[in-house]
Design a protein around this ligand. Structure first.
Ligand SMILES: Nc1nc2c(ncn2[C@@H]2O[C@H](COP(=O)(O)OP(=O)(O)OP(=O)(O)O)[C@@H](O)[C@H]2O)c(=O)[nH]1
Ligand SMILES: [Mg+2]
Length: 225
């Protein structure tokens, strides 16, 4: 179990996407992939059945994205945990890039904002992710270009017990700050962010934007304390 990876997929209504992704990850990662764990927020479509048919262990946790990610890390038994979106935005070829970059790293970020990275999203979404990244770099000194990417490879031991206050997608900068606090070695690898496949986005820009800003405020206060 020293050099294998558990794939953790937080899902909420990803039928038509999740099974396809698991199949492609198995092909791309081969014997390095020990297990796929789908942490499902009580989908009302066929996500759970589709994930199980594709060979994943399905766990139900309806307490939000951040809790699902952390639950997946606790359930994993391998040295490495790869977390990615199950909506086709993140792809298996890029998963292999992250896996290949793990040497001398504790956290590998799949980044839209470094060389080789990119995004199909709207210009507004691209602007927002750049703005968030600039704010977190300037005010919380987070050492990454893409601070909100949910496509990451974690050295499990460093992150599994991280005490985090996050509930939604602001768990991403919170985990990055945790790595900095533990003197973790952080790498960024370019990935391409695709438009989602089937289904609808759960991203609510105002609600989640406010959560990011509260997290930034807290980090800034902790730095100056
Ligand atoms: N378990 C769980 N998973 C969630 C929850 N909300 C979203 N997800 C999953 O987290 C991943 C990212 O969510 P998305 O809705 O695609 O959000 P996003 O990628 O920021 O937004 P888009 O780019 O618009 O798709 C997807 O795999 C979702 O199914 C939740 O409350 N619980
Ligand atoms: Mg998405």
């Amino acid at each position: 179990m020293t050099d294998t990876v558990t794939v953790v997929l937080p899902t909420l209504n990803e039928a038509g996407n999740v099974g396809l992704l698991i199949g492609e990850l198995k092909t791309a990662l081969g014997s390095a992939m020990a297990e796929a764990i789908v942490v499902d927020g009580q989908s009302t479509d066929t996500t759970q059945a589709e994930a199980a048919t594709a060979g994943a262990r399905v766990i139900v946790d309806a307490t939000g994205y951040a809790a699902a990610l952390q639950r997946g890390m606790r359930e994993a038994k391998t040295t490495w945990v790869l977390v990615l979106d199950a909506d086709r935005s993140h792809r298996a070829d890029d998963a292999l890039k992250l896996w290949t970059a793990r040497q001398d790293a504790d956290l590998v970020i799949g980044s839209r904002l470094v060389k080789g990275g990119g995004s199909d999203g709207t210009a507004f979404r691209r602007f927002l992710s750049r703005l968030l990244a600039s704010l977190f770099r300037a005010f919380a000194r987070l050492p990454a270009r893409d601070i909100s990417s949910g496509f990451r490879l974690y050295r499990r031991e460093m992150f599994v017990d991280a005490p985090l206050a996050a509930r939604f997608f602001e768990v991403q900068p919170a985990l990055l700050a945790h790595a900095v606090g533990r003197k973790g070695r952080i790498k960024e690898v370019g990935i391409h962010y695709h438009q989602r496949g089937a289904g609808r986005s759960k991203n609510r820009i105002f609600k989640y934007g406010m959560a990011f800003l509260r997290t930034l405020w807290r980090m800034r206060r902790q730095r100056s304390a």
